[in-house]
Every structure is written in structure tokens, then in C-alpha cells.
Ligand binder design. Structure first.
Ligand code: G3P
Length: 217
């Protein structure tokens, strides 16, 4: 399973890269606003740090506007992937971009039918938002299972990026289902490492090592 970082904060990306757990990055206009830097500048900085794909999202509404933005974003770095909203115009744009060999990530996906349409249009990635579905009392993870089953049935190449991840349980459940990628906020990535019994075990082993050393003197 690949881990993407769902952030535009350089320091968080740098830390994840150093730990070898950053296979790519996803951004959106809200994350760019939070990072508080110029869009092009921050994307270029991220694209230099990360070997994998970096998803960039615009605000174009018509297929023509989306393609125009995509061409601009693609000129920023070779590993840029274009995030396209799950609309009819967005799906038209995905077809046009795929013909130009520009990689796409269909975003704001909340149903299996939307994911099916995205795959049929030749999307490189699809991003179902599990947390936002859970927020409205729907089952985000069931959607991931349904999409994976549909993609397996027809051997679609589109990869599933589990997005709107809120906690480590989302990541583990997505991995059990076999989703290709989870895009995680830095705070969730941090929580994946920790267990109190690991910390307790280390303290005990160190104490016993010291005790043993003393009895051997
Ligand atoms: O990248 C899009 C997605 O991960 C957003 O997550 O937490 O704003 O629902 P969230």
C-alpha cells in the first residue's frame, strides 16, 4: 500500500520523506490556503522533495477551463497529477487530459457510480472521501470495498486513493480491503507509528539490560 501525504506543509512532507513513508502528495485549495504560500512555488518545492506523484487542484468549471489549468500545472513539475472534480465537465476533461498523457486524480468522489464513471473515463486515480461520508452517518469504508470490487471485476487500471482519512483505523481498514493508496494528514501518519506497549517494552528491556550488566560486574 502506498502512503501519500495529504498536505502542502513542507516540513511535514520533509519528515515523512526522511522516514521513507511518503510515496506521493495530494493537495487541494484548502490545503494550499493552510500552507500560506504561493501555489506554484509550494507545488514546485513539494515536487522536488518527493519522487512520487503530486496532485494539484484548480477551480476550473468547464472541461476547457480544467484542461487549460491542467496544462499550466503540468508545466510546474514532471510529477504533477491533475485533480479534477467529479462532474460531467470534469470527466470530459479527464478524457482530454488522458489523450494528452496528463495524469488525473478524480476528486470529491462519494459514490460507487461516480468511481465507475471516473475509471471508464481513463482516470489515473480516483479519490473517494471516507471521512466526509462518515461525518454524515454513511459508511465511507464500505464505499472503498465497493469500488475495489467493481475495479477488480473489470480490471480497471485506475488506482484508488482513500482520501479524507481521519484516523489510523481508516488506514488499516483501507489496507485490509486492499486499496492502492491512502492519503493521510501528517497528524494521522504520526499516529500510525505509536503504541504505548512498544514504549513500555523499550523501558523494561533497558532496565533489565542495566540490571544484568550490574550483576555481571
Ligand atoms: O485531499 C482531499 C481530502 O483528503 C480532504 O480531507 O479532511 O478535508 O475531508 P478532509
Amino acid at each position: 500500500m502506498k502512503f501519500f501525504l495529504d498536505t502542502a506543509v513542507i516540513e511535514d512532507i520533509r519528515k515523512a520523506v526522511a522516514l521513507g513513508v511518503c510515496d506521493g502528495v495530494t493537495t487541494n485549495p484548502s490545503l494550499i490556503m493552510k500552507a500560506g504560500k504561493d501555489h506554484k512555488q509550494v507545488i514546485q518545492e513539494i515536487a522536488r522533495l518527493v519522487d512520487g506523484p503530486v496532485s494539484v487542484e484548480g477551480v476550473g468549471e468547464t472541461a476547457e477551463e480544467i484542461v487549460k489549468e491542467a496544462e499550466e500545472f503540468s508545466s510546474w513539475a514532471p510529477n504533477v497529477v491533475i485533480k479534477v472534480p467529479m462532474t460531467k465537465e470534469g470527466i470530459k476533461a479527464v478524457r482530454l487530459l488522458s489523450a494528452k498523457d496528463i495524469k488525473t486524480n478524480v476528486t470529491l468522489v462519494f459514490s460507487a457510480s461516480q468511481a465507475l464513471l471516473a475509471a471508464k473515463s481513463g482516470a489515473t486515480y480516483v479519490s473517494p472521501f471516507v471521512g466526509r461520508l462518515d461525518d454524515i452517518s454513511e459508511d465511507g469504508m464500505q464505499l472503498i470495498q465497493d469500488i475495489m470490487d467493481i475495479y477488480d471485476n473489470y480490471e480497471f487500471d485506475t488506482e484508488v486513493i482513500v482520501a479524507s482519512v481521519r484516523d489510523p483505523v481508516h488506514v488499516v481498514e483501507a489496507a485490509i480491503i486492499g486499496a492502492h493508496i491512502a492519503t493521510v494528514p501528517a497528524a494521522v501518519l504520526e499516529k500510525l507509528w505509536n503504541h504505548p506497549l512498544t514504549d513500555k517494552g523499550i523501558v523494561t528491556f533497558r532496565e533489565h539490560h542495566e540490571k544484568h550488566k550490574k550483576t555481571m560486574q
